[in-house]
Write a protein that binds this ligand. Structure first.
Ligand code: CP
Length: 299
């Protein structure tokens, strides 16, 4: 049984198949098509960290496919009484739940996969490590506007804490676009040390010739130590605003996985501009999660 915890697990042809399948669910007017393929399948979303987009889009995707969706509310579950996640999963497996979307701050998904042989696991976000469904919907969004093999893509912001960034570069490793990284060294030092992608500290230089700019949220909740991060300095050096965006190519698209710290990573006018595909990412997320559920429920 296969599970989805990282885009490193997927071949290029599997990624392309998922992109094509997801596109098939979007009609000519941009609405998502329903297809009740799995009336006998039960899907549970267990989100041990907050979520709006991922949790709700997996729920809609499962509903569009005719699945039974099990509402797992963490705060009213027996996890609150001290039951372990391992025991929780054992109990849900006995209730014949077929697939679990799991978000957790730690890498617990791998142990749960090892202990359970009747349930498929899809990561809905694993600490700072991986967010594969987000990576796929981001690649889908780029492909709607740009050539995956021939684009200049800039990723800006809090790289060290971003699972979205990790999954995006894992998936994009299958294509020939040029990816450049940018952000304050304080938020990028681990990635600079571990990645062979180009890093440019100066956003004004980094933006030249870019076709895609992806801004990432500053994830204060994942800071292990207090960073000496000055808001005004971040705004003047790293915020994607109209003035900065003029440096990139005219038709450069602006992405952000959300949630956005409004007025920090991106200015309001850029967020609302014709260059912004941020809400397209959200809409594409439903179709992509339908494609993911089809692939992993069809085993
Ligand atoms: N992009 C993303 O994962 O958003 P949520 O945290 O709202 O799911």
């Amino acid at each position: 049984m296969r599970h989805l915890t990282s885009l490193k697990e997927l071949s290029k042809s599997e990624i392309l198949e998922l992109l094509d399948l997801a596109d098939n669910f979007i009609d000519s007017e941009g609405f998502i098509r329903r297809d009740p393929l799995f009336p006998d399948k039960k899907v549970v979303n267990i989100f041990c960290e907050p979520s709006t987009r991922t949790k709700i889009s997996f729920e809609i995707a499962a509903s569009n496919l005719g699945c039974q969706i099990i509402d797992f509310d963490l705060s009213s579950s027996s996890l609150e009484k001290g039951e372990t996640l391992k025991d929780t999963i054992d109990n849900l497996a006995k209730m014949n739940i077929n697939l679990c979307v799991l978000r957790h701050k730690d890498s617990v998904i791998h142990e749960l996969i090892d202990q359970t042989d009747s349930m498929v696991f899809i990561s809905g976000g694993e600490g700072s490590i991986s967010h594969p469904s987000q990576g796929l919907l981001d690649i889908m969004t780029v492909r709607h506007k740009k050539d995956l093999d021939n684009s200049n893509i800039l990723i800006v912001g809090d790289l060290d804490h971003s699972r979205v960034f990790q999954s995006f570069i894992d998936g994009m490793a299958n294509f020939d676009s040029k990816i450049t990284l940018c952000g304050p060294k304080e938020l990028c030092k681990d990635v600079i040390d571990s990645s062979n992608l180009d890093y440019e500290e100066d956003l004004n230089k980094a933006l030249k010739g870019q076709d895609v700019v992806m801004a990432l949220r500053i994830q204060h909740e994942r800071f292990e130590d207090k960073k000496n991060l000055d808001k005004e300095s971040y705004l003047s050096n790293y915020q994607i605003n109209n003035e900065k965006l003029q440096i990139a190519n005219d038709d450069c698209i602006v992405m952000h996985p959300g949630p956005v710290n409004q007025g920090i990573e991106i200015s309001e006018d850029v967020y609302n501009s014709a260059n912004s595909v941020i809400l397209d990412q959200v809409a594409n997320g439903v179709a992509m999660r339908m494609a993911i559920l089809i692939k992993y429920l069809s085993q």
